[in-house]
Design a protein around this ligand. Structure first.
Ligand SMILES: [Zn+2]
Length: 123
C-alpha cells in the first residue's frame, strides 16, 4: 500500500505526467516512423499540448532534463570516447564500415574487419 501511495504521489507530479505524455506520444509515433524521430515528435507534441493546458514552466523543466541527459551522453562520448547508448545495447561500432557489431565480436560481420583488443564497447 505504501509503495502504491508513493507511486500515486509521483504520478501527480506534473513533471512525471509530462514525461508520461511524451512516452505515450512516442509509442504512438514509433508505429509510423523511426524511433529517434518518434522520440522528438513525442517530446515536441507533448510540449505543445502541455503549454496549451498547463503553461510553459513544467515543459521547460522537462526540456532541461532532456538536454542535460543529452549533454551528459555527448560529454562522455567526447571525453572518454565511449558511446553510452551503444554500451547499454551491448554493441560496438566498426571503425571501418561504421556498422554496429556485438560487444564481444572479434570480426566485424559486415566488412570482416578484425577488432583489436582496445576497440571495446562504444566508439
Ligand atoms: Zn565493419
Amino acid at each position: 500500500m505504501e509503495a502504491l501511495n508513493s507511486l500515486l504521489v509521483l504520478l501527480n507530479e506534473p513533471l512525471v505526467q509530462f514525461f508520461l505524455w511524451t512516452a505515450v506520444l512516442y509509442i504512438i509515433a514509433s508505429v509510423f516512423v523511426d524511433r529517434r524521430v518518434a522520440f522528438w515528435i513525442g517530446l515536441v507534441s507533448a510540449t505543445a499540448f502541455w503549454i496549451k493546458i498547463h503553461g510553459a514552466s513544467v515543459a521547460l523543466k522537462g526540456w532541461g532534463i532532456v538536454v542535460a541527459v543529452l549533454l551528459i551522453v555527448l560529454g562522455i562520448k567526447k571525453l572518454f570516447h565511449l558511446n553510452v547508448v551503444l554500451l547499454l545495447k551491448g554493441r560496438k561500432r566498426c571503425p571501418l564500415c561504421w556498422e554496429t557489431a556485438h560487444r564481444k565480436a572479434l570480426i566485424c560481420p559486415y566488412c570482416g574487419h578484425r577488432f583489436s583488443s582496445q576497440e571495446g564497447a562504444g566508439e
